[in-house]
Design a protein around this ligand. Sequence first.
Ligand SMILES: [Zn+2]
Length: 314
Amino acid sequence: MSIQRVLVRFGFVPFMLLGLNGAAYWVVSQGRSYAWLLPLLVVAFATAHAGERIAPWYEEWNDPHQDENANIAHIIVYEISNINGVLLIPLIVWLFPFQGIWPTEWPLLVQWLIAIVIADFAFMIVHMLSHRYPFLWRLHAVHHGVGRLYGFNGLVRHPLHQSLDMIVGTMPLVILGMPVNVAVLLGFAVSIQLIVQHANVAYALGPFRNQMSIGRIHHIHHVNWGTEGDCNFGLFLTLWDRLFGTFLAEPSRPIKADDMGIDEVPHFPKSYLEQMFFPFIYKPGEGEPERYQAQKPEGSLGSEESKDRLRPAE
Ligand SMILES: [Zn+2]
């Protein structure tokens, strides 16, 4: 194994989770401008991109899939919504003036960790319900339609689903009085976590492999094998999945590069606008909408069905 591979394998997660979150903590705790978090986010994406080239889980996930433009649009919309969410905090605090519930006098680091654990619980519940109820699954399916996992598509969400996530996941914290600086740190940590969770980087987690909801644990969540992916809903920890009995440490068979996606929608739309309309066209359980069946399957990750479609009739 080359020295770069070793570095990526063992250094990627500590750099992303401890290094970048640590830098964000420094920015916020020193009272610097929150704008400094933007270059840190760019460093996160660039590191994921470089790591994916040096030590990928699957080479195939690095191939272009004509999804880059849509993913960049998703990232911009996602982060603008994040900023809007933070800007709304003073209004929410004004509407719900609960005093003294949030421990603002505790160290910022402790407040941040409390926010992460509580938000992880709320995100996990929304996520679990999104796999259970068709009206939520239609929105969440936009995140699962991708035929590969890589850093950029961690933030691929339908804005309606993201809003739901933010309302259920962070509003209770804000109503309890979570200050803006903790909310900013929480939002940053969630973005970094989503990048690490989906990055095509074969990072080693050692003893944390089954404690953190990233890496192989999250790959199992994205398999297109019927309902087998309805597990491992956590974003940060596997703690909540263990408590709800939805934790799965090993898949029933080895995961291959083309096992990602939604089995009934092999021709998931590539354009951002089509993806925005997807929840209103897709009817879960009724197969792929005709609109997508007609699409050229280029870039779809080797689904047998789509290959068959390309073969001339015999
Ligand atoms: Zn999911």
